[in-house]
Design a protein around this ligand. Structure first.
Ligand code: MRU
Length: 347
């Protein structure tokens, strides 16, 4: 059984494949999948076998390189058409996380800069870019961890929502990076993980990777967050993000905005940890962010032996919500700690 301290997603150059950990099987089974076709990759994203904004971004870059390498197109025109159609297909697989279109755009720029070169040279340039995006994610997350660890130097415990750890990135994670870096420096910070209904990313994923890393971990029901804050059991809240608008409004896993409202009420700092690939300069405010709606059965049936709600009861299942910028103490990024009002100057 492999330990989750390694890389969540990687590029298997020898077999031209995107290698991921199947996150739907955690914590009970640890399975790596080797994905080669567009269909396999798109369904892995839709079914959340791979998930978390930076992880989806890096996977998109690798997927585009894998598919480009496999292309049977013989002309630059045919190759470009196929490449752009692969981009559209991947971008459409999940609408909220901006890292997906960010990565696709980075790859498109490489393609456009190679105009007139041989197809082999273009494929090699795309492969190099995918590898660069992959290793860049590790260093961005590490820097987020270093800035965050400094901010938390007197903290004893934090609360987090969903999974914004190494399973949501390549390594380290965003919201959990400060905990890992502090731990490496001998400062042990406890983590309270919201279980994160309905898909239990906190209970299944955050708890698994923290336990693998030897971090003191307590899983709480989402509705226990107020109890934990009121009783001064946490010093700060750290969450990740799927898309950050220019004014600082932030889309993240459903329930994040409720946690932010509670943190504000109890006067606990609320930090959003994210690389700049999650900031979207084309989105002015949170109102413009498209929220992915998922199947009702994730609420009424999944995880239960028998359906848990009456047949005719409706459910709504938005995968994300938007936290108002005024509830966010600061963003912890790879370039430092910034206030919502400073975003415009940093992009
Ligand atoms: O639906 P998911 O599991 O992909 O949602 C993930 C989140 O909301 C994370 O908090 C976010 O992507 C940040 S990951 C560093």
């Amino acid at each position: 059984m492999f330990n989750m301290n390694g890389e969540t997603v990687s590029y298997d150059l020898e077999n031209n494949a995107l290698v991921i950990i199947d996150q739907t099987k955690l914590p009970n089974e640890r399975i790596r999948l080797s994905l080669k076709t567009k269909e396999e990759i798109v369904s892995a994203i839709k079914e959340l076998k791979l998930r978390g904004a930076p992880c989806i971004g890096v996977s998109t870059a690798i997927a585009l390189a894998v598919l480009a390498n496999d292309s049977k197109a013989e002309t630059e025109e045919g190759f470009t058409e196929e490449f752009l159609s692969n981009c559209d297909c991947l971008i459409a697989s999940r609408p909220t996380a901006v890292n997906l279109s960010w990565a696709a755009n980075e790859m498109k720029n490489v393609l456009f800069s190679c105009k007139g070169k041989s197809l082999d040279a273009i494929k090699k340039a795309l492969q190099d870019k995918a590898l660069a995006i992959h290793s860049d994610d590790i260093s961005r997350c590490k820097r987020i961890g270093e800035y965050g660890a400094e901010l938390l130097k007197d903290a004893n415990a934090i609360l987090t929502h969903c999974n914004a750890g190494r399973l949501a990135c390549v390594k380290y994670g965003t919201a959990l990076a400060p905990v890992y870096i502090a731990n490496e420096n001998g400062h042990r910070i406890k983590v309270f993980a919201d279980e994160t209904r309905p898909l239990l990313q906190g209970a299944r994923l955050t708890a698994s990777e923290l336990i693998d890393a030897g971090i003191d971990t307590t899983v709480i029901c989402d509705n226990t967050a107020s109890f934990v804050m009121k009783n001064k059991m946490v010093d700060a809240v750290l969450v990740g993000a799927d898309r950050i608008a220019l004014n600082g409004d932030t889309a993240n896993k459903i329930g994040t905005s409720a946690v932010a409202v509670l943190a504000d009420y109890y006067n606990i700092p609320f930090y959003v940890c994210a690389p700049f690939s999650t900031f979207d300069k084309n989105t002015l405010t949170g109102e413009e962010i498209e929220i992915e709606m998922r199947n009702e059965s994730e609420i009424s049936e999944m995880w239960y032996e028998k359906r848990m709600t009456p047949e005719n009861a409706h459910s709504i299942n938005p995968a994300f919500d938007v936290t108002d910028n005024m509830l966010i103490t600061a963003f912890i990024t790879e370039k430092g700690v910034i206030k919502p009002s400073d975003i415009k100057n940093c992009l």
